[in-house]
Design a protein around this ligand. Structure first.
Ligand SMILES: [Zn+2]
Length: 234
């Protein structure tokens, strides 16, 4: 089996995009889901050397990316974190959630493993968007938990969809993964989209004062596999 490199995939995709029947107007495109690699670049970080891969698609208008370490090879047993964007946690040091530490620890673990990726899924606030997440925070300040706050705003508790992440993985030739997650729904959703999850790898960080109630909601109401009482990084 000939396995294309990411560079070969991008060459093919750039060629496709040059002749795109929809003339690159993804927002107006009515075709079935189309996910294309638009760029790949070196990405040195404080955790190590990675590549950063940018994708375009014709369904949600969002800029999803992957931060990749090592060779994808046969695409089997790929070490992966699908991280839902959280501006407040990832970039602003929020203590309301565990997103920032989870993201950065995933990069550390992938660097140590030597092969893997973080797929950065633009699904802020479980898919309800940044400002709606802040509206949910305001409700949480008056006593709602994150589940009921989303529902009170007219959303499902979790609005995320994994069709695009699955298509991104397939585009790079990733067929089966060892997924860093505590969320059983994420495992099931990915499998449903045709990506085999060979193993779920616990990805829990110590609870702290401000996110303990949030993590308890994750455990009790979203069914996440969390210990909540351990203090060690894995
Ligand atoms: Zn967060």
């Amino acid at each position: 089996m000939i396995i294309p490199t990411v560079e070969e995939i991008i060459r093919q995709d750039v060629d496709f995009l040059r002749h795109c029947p929809g003339e690159l107007d993804c927002a107006a495109c009515q075709e079935k889901l189309c996910v294309m690699v638009a760029s790949v670049a070196d990405f040195p970080t404080q955790y190590g050397q990675f590549s950063i891969v940018g994708f375009v698609n014709n369904k949600d208008g969002k800029d999803h990316i992957m931060v990749v370490k090592g060779d994808i090879g046969d695409g089997e047993n790929f070490f992966l974190r699908i991280h839902s964007a959280c501006l407040t946690g990832d970039a602003l040091g929020s203590l309301r959630c565990d997103c920032g530490p989870q993201l950065h620890h995933a990069l550390e673990r992938i660097e140590a493993e030597g092969r893997g990726a973080v797929l950065y899924h633009q699904a802020e606030g479980r898919g309800i968007g940044l400002v709606n997440k802040l509206r949910a925070y305001a409700l949480q300040d008056s006593g709602y938990d994150t589940y009921d706050a989303n529902v009170a705003l007219g959303f499902r508790a979790d609005e995320r969809d994994y069709a695009i992440p699955a298509a991104m993985l397939k585009k790079l030739g990733i067929r089966s993964v060892r997924l860093m997650t505590n969320n059983p729904d994420k495992v099931a959703a990915l499998q449903q989209e045709g990506v085999v999850v060979k193993e779920r790898i616990q990805h829990e960080l110590p609870a702290q004062e401000h996110d303990r109630a949030y993590l308890e909601t994750k455990k009790e109401r979203f069914g996440h596999f969390l210990e909540l009482d351990h203090t060690e990084y894995e």
